[in-house]
Ligand binder design. Structure first.
Ligand SMILES: [Zn+2]
Length: 245
């Protein structure tokens, strides 16, 4: 995607091997997205996605030598169009997410939420598995929801602000924790010891946030994470390069 300011940003998805099969964390845009109908209003002018089928998660799963039908579970950080587009490419998978995000997207109560989400992306009848905050668990100082059904190595870490039920996804790899922080931030400098962010990216994030102050408060908490947690966001190409290196 090419937001204002001459930047290129990515949709960083994870593919996990679990005892149940493969699990995707976020799905990016889907196959045929360009022909799938209009994106929500701000995408074309503010985000300018390329919508290349070759980059769709479905084709990348095949490219890694896997059968897409082995993707049995999907965990989404939230349901914006650049995270939920691939849901329809894996209609057999269970879709895990925060209950508040599911409610905001499927029963939008405000005009902003009505314009934000693209219900056609789950019109195939997604097999939703929703979770709320009532567990009282914590992970590295952040509240956490776990296990996710029968996926004991995964947890949702509520990080609202970008959207109502936006959550990070924590993964216990056996040798350390990953935290996919979704759209809690877009630029690696935002979680650096001396935080910084290019002005155009900061402004765009502010414009698309449901609650800007809440996003900033959660961002401050991410800066406090212990060094052994490997945190990365959905859209930073530098962090994606580090992950695939
Ligand atoms: Zn996003």
């Amino acid at each position: 995607m090419r937001p204002a300011g001459g930047f290129t940003i990515v949709c960083h998805c994870l593919l996990l091997e679990t005892p149940r099969g493969l699990c995707l964390v976020d799905t990016g845009f889907g196959i045929g997205e360009a022909a799938f109908g209009a994106l929500p209003g701000y995408y074309r002018p503010l985000i300018r996605p390329a919508l290349l089928d070759s980059e769709a998660a479905y084709n990348q799963v095949i490219g890694l030598g896997h059968d897409p039908r082995d993707v049995r579970d999907i965990v989404v950080t939230h349901l914006d169009a650049d995270h939920a587009g691939g849901l329809r490419d894996f209609p057999w998978a269970r879709v895990h997410l925060h209950a508040a995000e599911h409610a905001a997207a499927t029963r939008p109560a405000t005009s902003a939420d009505k314009g934000r989400y693209r219900s056609r992306q789950w019109a195939h009848g997604a097999d939703w598995m929703t979770y709320d905050d009532r567990g009282g668990e914590t992970l590295f100082g952040l509240s956490a929801i776990r296990p996710l059904c029968d996926l004991p190595d995964l947890a949702l870490v509520p990080l609202a602000g970008h959207s109502r039920g936006h959550s990070g996804v924590a993964v216990d790899t056996g040798t350390g924790w990953l935290l996919h922080a979704g759209d809690a931030y877009w630029y690696h400098g935002e979680v650096a010891p001396s935080p910084h962010c290019p002005r155009a990216l900061a402004l765009t994030q502010r414009l698309v946030a449901t609650d800007h102050r809440q996003r900033l408060a959660n961002l401050a908490r991410l800066r406090e994470l212990p060094a052994e947690v490997r945190v990365f966001s959905a859209h930073d190409p530098h962090e994606l390069d580090l992950a695939v290196a």
